[in-house]
Design a protein around this ligand. Sequence first.
Ligand code: TPP
Length: 546
Amino acid sequence: MTKNLRGADIVAKSLEKLGCERIFTLSGNHIMSIFDAVLETKIELVHVRHEAAAVHMADGWGRMTGEPGIAMVTGGPGHVNALGALFAAQAAESPMVLLSGHAATWELGRGGFQEIRQAEMAAPVTKASWMAKSTATLGQDIAHAMRLARQGRPGPVHVSLPSDLLDASIPLDQIVWPEITDRTAGPDIASEIADGVLSALASAKRPIIFAPPALSGFAGRALLKRLEEATNVPVVVLESPRGPADATLGAFADVVRRADLVVLLGKALDFTTRWAAAPDYAPDVRLIVVDPEGAMVERAVKEVGARLLIGCIADAKLAAKTLVTRAPEADSRSAEWLKEARAALDDRPQEWASVVSTTEGRLHPAEVFRVLRPYIENDRDAVLVGDGGEFGQWAQSMLPLRRRMVNGVSGAIGSSLSLALAARYAEPKAPIFAVLGDGTLGFHLAEFETAVRCRLPFIAVVGNDACWNAERQIQLRSYGPNRIHNLELLPARYDLVVEALGGHGEFVNKASDLPAAIDRAIASGKPALINIMTESLPAPTIRLKD
Ligand SMILES: Cc1ncc(C[n+]2csc(CCOP(=O)(O)OP(=O)(O)O)c2C)c(N)n1
């Protein structure tokens, strides 16, 4: 007698076969068959408190490991709740897959329960988005989604799973299981083009290389460091909406303005690069574009015309490795320019070393990050998660860049608690700090319950200025001091909320109390929140030389 398997079993077993250890999920009618099916696998379900948090966690897993994170949500409202978080994952170039339950195929077009055009809704925030068509090929859908997510410019992929396909039972011999060996990487850069790029770099006076968010992880940064060492050319990841003017990059915008050659190594020519145009760049700066997507090379042709020296379709990671291998042994350029660029990247105002708050009961952000810095610096595995708004910008400009996940190019606030939980799964022991403002905290505060329930210790460092300060600064700059309104928040005791959820809370309104509070938070071994009353200061800005 042939045994039958449900579609839901095919999904669970295929995920397991493809290396998935856990699914970040929020339950619902359409996916309960998969909850049931994972009982026959080693897959762990991480049940969270909002669908967007499940997507942020899958995003975080993708960024930490380079392997697609898997989020699973129910159809209709669950899917709709998940969509916003895909925007951040897409901008972060994070490999992940969103599996959403879906109304049964026989209900479609008839006003089915929670029926909505899910694949179409997810299309603009994913690399690919479709509805599965048959039970037998569900495993292939999953494998294809995972392959697409990590290929070329990584990003989110969505598959909707109609409930009748999940519930249907089919004989084993009809199932098309996915291939596990298929891990095709995008094309490498051809040797002669790599040599062309290297000789252009060698003959340029002031070249720089921009790398994409996809290479901002631990492994990516290590590879880029090797590239910088091999070429003596500054290599910088652009992962902020502020582009080269990101506070993380010190005074690097000055260097960019003087560059005579910019290589976009997998970095999209978009608003973050300021389209390589004046006044942020020299008017005659030349460009080399190495990108996994032909469309990006075409965009460069359109945007910069004759200033484009080389345009080539290649995988950024493979191309970086090839450039390292083919770079000439005896370095053909002096290290002077690189030294100058690195000095600009490290440039920070001297006063940050000593500035203190002028407001009783509130800390200056610099007082917070002077204390926090060694905790991150002294452990090479430590993970920093950065989120909005102005407080987050202070953090990013004062804390080490080595191992960091930020809300990044999307500019979307709210993901950090979820990213920190995903980081904990990827890194069971390392210190993990999430830094965020009090407004941002509100988006997914309930994930502290997930953290406590799933035993995922990390430390949230919250700058509580009782205000949506980033927007307050916009009102101040754009509309004047008399038109600041409607951005106040309560100076709430978020630390007590976390205590109530079973975590560890600290309240700090004096700089001298902060070190002991951090030590107690670490010693608690629990998910912890340090609620720090801070001054409402504008984000640090770069100082251009003229
Ligand atoms: C999803 C999303 N919603 C709204 C915004 C706009 N926004 C950016 S920063 C910010 C204020 C953040 O306030 P808070 O977290 O308290 O940090 P602060 O600026 O006060 O330090 C807002 C509303 C955004 N970027 N993303």
